[in-house]
Design a protein around this ligand. Structure first.
Ligand SMILES: Nc1ncnc2c1ncn2[C@@H]1O[C@H](COP(=O)(O)OP(=O)(O)OP(=O)(O)O)[C@@H](O)[C@H]1O
Ligand SMILES: [Mg+2]
Length: 778
């Protein structure tokens, strides 16, 4: 019965079978940590532990799903389904729904997503008449979030002298008042934001020992994946559940701790053995994911970090290709080069598109890459960015559904009170909000008794408000007997959404209609799935709680599709692909400009790069561009310092830089910024991406030209190389991308002729005339 354990190596098997106390598996990427966790769960079930008494916490819903599928293969479906397995947020939101009454929330509480929180904060800052350039939403949101993840409630915040001083020093003395109002408003609306799910669980366990006791004895075994990225709030929940029975197993890798900006604390894993004296520590050394070259390249990189637990990681797979470094002239060319390489690699070996991933540091990089893939006809899917449920037309419908389940939901209320337009203007809505705030009640409560709350409105407006209220009440009544899909169909019809949306015959309008249909289809499929699981009446509340916790990594509408995956490195944690491109390896981008001067932050960026490289099984390509369009202008960039951290013997460098010249460039990088060869104004020299065969290069050049003539993107031009015979120093010229400027020097001749031009908006650039496509204007 235990033959599945043969699929593990000796150290993994030992870690799985150890069952005499707390254990920690700490090991490098790809060494089978997640696999150990998965098999350990199956093993525990075989030992006789009831599956519902096992709690397994993962970093994404996707990881939980994959683990469950794997376990189901060993233990059977029925068993796997009963496990408590999911992200911290999804598991504890479930528990909070059962226990909501203890902490003053309704069990049908709404979960505010980041944009709901933002919208509420915006409203509060406006009501308090604060300057939103000083009280910047993003900053306020992250400071409140950090406070919550450190378990600082608004009351504790208000009483803390240190925090008060910190706020005064950073010129936002009223932050604590914002936090207080925000929290009160969430409470009035019966809503929790993501961070509340962890904070409120902690409050629940702290203030209600009998509840804690119940879950302590309920969860007989607790397992946590990616433990290095837990924050204080998560860490404490786990500790509370396990400190008595000590049946806990966590796995992680300090070298992959990449979420400190969200309060993750690497000490949680480093201190584990002190917290659970006598705990067994298992180390796994063999990497099963990647070729030797990839593992060695990643090792040589991470060893540059000062703070780390030393680990020996090796691969017994083939040596494989070296990690390739490719440079491009610009971010646009980087995109084309990646697309060309994907096609080339597919020609050489029969890879599916789904076996490629493009990883970037920031979501903003995806647009240019997408454009390049689209032009090459390469199918792709993007994780993160604006998810389906964030699109306006989809979120509008969802807001109706949220209001039906919880009519006190303020953000949902504000979205739909005048959508579709029913003549209820902002002035009226603001009156409702003021009355609600003054009386500490929800907007819905005011709507139900406008006279009691002395709402200053005329009879016409009063009628419109009461029509809206009646409609929502009717929906609420129907919701008691209809399924989620029937309810959604009724809402879009009777609220007037369908007739409003379907009047719009523009391309945009049609795409909105399609999204609406897609949403209805999604709800129907969800109901169908639940019915198959035996749920008779699938409620709206079920559907909403399912979608409210989808994370960036869960955009799996076309998970099975044969498409290239595009995502941030953060989102790629724990995943693996045969071929990985890590793009934008430039200073100011990777490491990011925010981290570059802070040694600890640079170490975290280096860990992030380590995560990126170690996703690759067979091929890993690292690319950088020499110029990139950022903040409205094209700027020169230098290759990332991390490229020189990798031992050169595991790299294949660009054709334009032999190992030596590359090393020289890297050395120069250490000197003042302007001395880097890549920062000199060598702007428009074209360079082909490296290591593509000459034939492919020629084809690519031809295709690039075709693409350039076919598009109107800022980098391209439809003008053929111009007649520059009259070009002289002092001439006024126009360039497609850089605009107007004056020639200040000309040197070289024939194909090598270059002009130095001082552009009005882009500064001085040296241009290779055969490519530059300048027009003389004076
Ligand atoms: N003993 C083994 N035999 C065969 N394949 C294995 C073995 N152990 C792990 N693998 C495979 O190696 C790959 C990496 O394993 P896994 O994802 O569990 O590593 P990990 O340590 O969790 O990596 P990460 O640090 O990136 O999360 C997976 O494809 C896994 O199935
Ligand atoms: Mg893993």
């Amino acid at each position: 019965m235990e033959e599945y354990l043969d699929q593990l190596n000796e150290s993994q098997r030992e870690a799985v079978k150890y069952n005499e106390g707390p254990s920690l598996v700490i090991a490098g990427a790809g060494s089978g940590k997640t696999r150990v966790l998965t098999y350990k769960i199956a093993y525990l079930v075989h030992l006789g532990l009831a599956p519902q008494s096992i709690l397994a916490l993962t970093f994404t819903n996707k990881a939980a799903r994959e683990m469950k599928e794997r376990i189901a293969k060993i233990t059977g479906d029925q068993t796997a389904r009963r496990l408590w397995m999911g992200t911290f947020h999804s598991i504890f939101s479930r528990i909070l729904r059962y226990e909501a009454e203890h902490i003053g929330y309704p069990s049908n509480f709404t979960i505010y997503d980041a944009s709901d929180s933002k919208s509420l904060l915006k409203a509060i800052i406006k009501e308090m008449q604060l300057d939103d350039k000083v009280y910047r939403i993003g900053m306020i949101q992250s400071r409140i979030s950090n406070a919550k993840n450190a378990l600082v409630t608004w009351k504790a915040y208000e009483q803390s002298k240190e925090l008060m001083q910190h706020d005064i020093d950073s010129k936002v003395p009223l932050l604590r008042e914002i936090y207080k109002r925000y929290q009160n408003r969430c409470q009035q609306a019966g809503a929790m934001d993501f961070d509340d799910l962890l904070l409120q669980t902690n409050i629940l366990f702290r203030d209600h020992p009998q509840v804690l006791e119940k879950y302590r004895s309920f969860f007989q075994f607790v397992l946590v994946d990616e433990y290095q990225d837990t924050n204080f709030a998560q860490h404490l929940i786990v500790q509370k559940l396990c400190e008595q029975h000590r049946r806990i197993c966590v796995v992680g890798d300090d070298a992959q701790s990449i979420y400190s900006f969200r309060g993750a604390n690497i000490d949680n894993i480093l201190q584990f053995k002190n917290q659970y004296p006598g705990c067994r520590i298992f180390k796994l050394e063999r990497n099963y994911r990647s070729t030797q070259n990839i593992v060695n390249a990643a090792n040589s990189l991470i060893h540059k970090n000062k703070e780390q637990i030393f680990k020996n990681v090796y691969s017994e797979k083939e040596q494989g290709s070296k990690v390739r470094v490719s440079s491009s002239y610009s971010d646009y060319e980087e995109g084309y080069a990646v697309a060309a390489m994907i096609n080339e690699m597919r020609m050489r070996k029969d890879y599916d598109y789904s076996e490629f991933a493009i990883l970037y540091r920031t979501n903003a990089q995806s647009r240019i890459l997408e454009e390049a893939l689209r032009k090459r006809g390469i199918p792709y899917k993007i994780y993160g960015g604006l998810s389906f449920y964030q699109r306006k037309e989809v979120k509008d419908v969802i807001s109706y559904l949220r209001l039906i389940v919880n009519p006190h939901d303020e953000e949902a209320f504000k979205r739909v009170i005048n959508y579709p337009s029913r003549g209820i203007g902002d002035t009226t809505v603001n009156k409702v909000i003021s009355a609600a705030t003054e009386n500490n009640v929800s907007l819905w409560t005011v709507l139900n008794a406008p006279i009691d709350y002395a709402l200053p409105i005329n009879s016409g407006t009063a009628k419109k408000l009461s029509d809206f209220r009646e409609m929502i009440e009717r929906f609420i009544q129907e919701n008691a007997r209809l399924s989620a899909e029937e309810m959604a169909a009724m809402v879009v019809k009777e609220s007037g959404i369908v007739s409003t949306l379907f009047q719009d015959r523009s391309v945009e309008g049609i795409s909105k209609q399609e999204n609406l249909q897609e949403l209805l289809k999604g709800i129907a499929e969800f109901c169908e799935l639940r019915r198959e699981e035996g749920v008779e009446q699938v409620s709206l509340a079920d559907f909403l709680s399912e979608i409210s916790l989808l994370t960036d990594q869960d955009n799996d509408k076309d998970e099975q599709a044969n498409k290239v995956t595009m995502m941030t490195v953060h989102a790629a944690k724990g995943l693996e692909f045969r071929n990985v491109f890590v793009v934008g390896l430039e200073e100011e981008l990777f490491p990011s400009s925010m981290s570059k001067d802070n040694p600890r932050a640079v170490e975290e960026e280096r860990r992030l790069f380590y995560v990126a490289i170690t996703r690759a099984e067979e091929n890993c390509v690292l690319t950088y561009a020499k110029s990139r369009f950022r903040n409205g202008q094209s700027a020169m960039c230098s290759p990332s310092r991390f490229l020189k951290d990798i031992d050169v013997q595991f790299l294949e460098l660009p054709a334009d830089s032999s190992a030596d010249t590359f090393a020289a460039a890297r050395e120069r990088f250490e000197r003042p910024a302007f001395s880097s060869p890549f920062q000199q104004p060598r702007a428009v020299e074209k360079e082909e991406p490296s290591f593509i065969s000459p034939v492919a290069q020629a084809q690519q050049r031809q295709r690039l030209r075709k693409v350039e003539t076919a598009t109107s993107s800022p980098v391209s031009s439809s003008a053929p190389a111009s007649d520059l015979s009259g070009l002289c120093v002092g001439a006024k010229v126009r360039h497609d991308r850089f605009g107007e400027g004056e020639v200040i020097a000309i040197e070289g001749d024939g194909g090598n002729a270059k002009a130095t031009v001082a552009f009005t908006h882009f500064g001085q650039k040296q241009l290779l005339l055969k490519f530059a496509r300048l027009t003389i204007i004076k």
